[in-house]
Write a protein that binds this ligand. Structure first.
Ligand SMILES: [Mn+2]
Length: 508
């Protein structure tokens, strides 16, 4: 444990000690957390750590803290009357809202924020007034650490739990599940920084084990053919989504699909020479199709096993566990995910169902894209598949690019009109590769400028956009969707055209 503590800056240690002391002195705590895998894991850590102190705790998952939801949060707090409120996996970017709406509540004594996100805008520091003192904010970004790769929201929650009691060492597993959900392991290349220390601590505590293995989803749970049938990362052309081809793959290699007891074999039960053979053939297959060895490299990586969770379940693998939690969040059932972390059997079966549906949706959406389910526009590739739910459209287009089902020489834009509450808005999601950014593509700028232009010319709000140069999104009135797409495409086409001209001029 010393190894871990030595890696935490003194300024951060001090805040962790303060936060632990506050909770020990509290009677009733209320916790709010984000709805993704990291937010769910963070919350499950907080709940367990606080219950182990014999304190009452009430908790909620919140999609985001904004000027509307902060009022709901305030109402919940007024109803439950905790003396301490805790936010995890968000709060830093919303600290002003928290100070203005929550810190002002008289009955509330303390607010603890456990976050790891960099605030998008400069936060105006409140002078150390009484309101300022009420809030303790713990965020690795404010202590010279990297919140994108070194520590997740669940990681911060774990450090807080460890300061409450060293007996919380078993919660290392959820800290790593959260970090995996936030892709802090460099896509299977391994953890660094405090994440690495937490992982090592988990190995010593006997809750975690790391091995170099196939990074596919389902190595603990899926019968071999279905391991391939639902493979999306990388997507295996001609195999993913094609059941007979998955069976054939193993038949050609003479690998038994069932064991002596007629039970399906899973990846983890294979002999190492069988694993070798399969990996060789997968790599061959991928290189043949993609002509890019980098894609095959992702096949093998650090695989984290949760040794205390039941065998042959999704909870056995950090990657599958975090995907299960994300599936809960995306289906607007984050509380199911929290209960899965806490070991609730009913929640586990519901969570597994949500996960299966999520995986099926992904694989089927990619399969339809492979069959030509996208359109080439001047400025980007358009995916407009009415069956893709809005909750996974971003993931689908990202995977489609990653697996080169959709070429990467232009951005890709996905549209979903399959929204959950019959919204009049279509959801747009855009992704662009780094090369395109170098050529001047900026998805956020394009979406925002087209939205601004259309809102002005139509004299009403028809579109709202935001994001980053490489990944951006927009909500657009369905009636105005075509115009939005056309204008965005034209704007990006101009950028692509002029950068093409520049590069060919340079060559000559
Ligand atoms: Mn997070």
């Amino acid at each position: 444990m010393e190894n871990l503590l030595e890696s935490i800056p003194e300024s951060m240690l001090e805040l962790l000690r303060d936060a632990a002391r506050i909770v020990k002195d509290s009677h009733k705590v209320m916790a709010f957390s984000h709805i993704d895998a990291d937010g769910i894991s963070a919350l499950a850590i907080v709940i367990q750590a606080i219950e182990r102190e014999d304190k009452k705790i009430e908790w909620r998952n919140i999609h985001q803290i904004n000027s509307e939801t902060i009022i709901d949060i305030k109402n919940e707090i007024e109803k439950y009357q905790p003396d301490t409120v805790l936010f995890s996996d968000f709060g830093t970017g919303q600290i002003t809202l928290i100070r203005n709406h929550i810190a002002t509540l008289e009955s509330l004594k303390h607010i603890i924020v456990l976050d790891h996100h960099l605030p998008s805008e400069e936060i105006v520091e409140v002078e150390s007034s009484s309101l300022g003192n009420k809030v303790i904010e713990i965020n690795p970004c404010q202590h010279g650490l990297n919140g994108s790769f070194e520590l997740s929201g669940a990681g911060v929650a774990f450090l807080f739990a460890l300061f409450l009691s060293p007996s919380n060492l078993d919660l290392t597993e959820l800290a790593i599940v959260g970090a995996t959900g936030d892709l802090q392991d460099y896509y299977g290349k391994g953890f660094t920084g405090l994440n690495r220390k937490i992982l090592e601590l988990g190995e010593i505590a006997g809750t975690l084990k790391v091995s170099r293995d196939l990074t596919f989803f389902g190595i603990h749970t899926r019968p071999l053919p279905y391991l391939l049938q639902y493979a999306t990362d990388p997507y295996l052309p001609g195999i993913t989504g094609v059941e007979p081809a998955c069976f054939e793959f193993f038949e050609n290699l003479n690998i038994e699909l069932k064991d002596k007891n007629d039970e399906w074999r899973t990846w983890v039960s294979l002999e190492s020479d069988e694993k070798q053979l399969i990996i060789q053939h997968l790599i061959q297959n991928i290189i043949e199709v993609y002509n890019d060895p980098n894609i095959a490299q992702g096949l093998i990586g650090d695989v984290v096993i949760l040794t205390k969770r039941p065998k042959k379940t999704e909870m056995r693998s950090a990657k599958e566990f975090s995907t299960l939690l994300n599936a809960c969040g995306r289906n607007r059932k984050p509380e199911v995910g929290v209960k899965v972390c806490l070991g609730d059997p009913d929640a586990i079966s519901e969570g597994r169902y949500l996960l299966q549906e999520h995986r099926k949706n992904l694989a089927m959406a990619l399969r339809r894209l492979e069959d030509g389910g996208f359109v080439t526009m001047p400025g980007f590739y358009l995916v407009n598949d009415p069956e893709i739910p809005d909750t996974i459209i971003g993931v689908v287009i990202g995977m489609a690019q990653g697996s080169r089902i959709i070429p990467v020489d232009k951005p890709v834009v996905g549209v979903s009109i399959n929204t959950t509450n019959d919204s009049p808005l279509a959801k747009l999601s855009g992704r662009a590769y780094k090369d395109l950014i170098k050529r001047g593509i900026n998805l956020k700028e394009t979406f925002v400028s087209v939205a601004d232009f259309m809102n002005e010319t139509h004299g009403m709000l028809v579109a709202e956009a935001g994001g980053h140069p490489m990944a951006a999104g927009a909500f657009v009135q369905k009636d105005h969707l075509d115009e939005f797409l056309r204008r965005s495409s034209n704007e990006m086409w101009e950028v692509l055209k002029s950068s093409n001209k520049n590069s060919s001029e340079k060559k000559e």
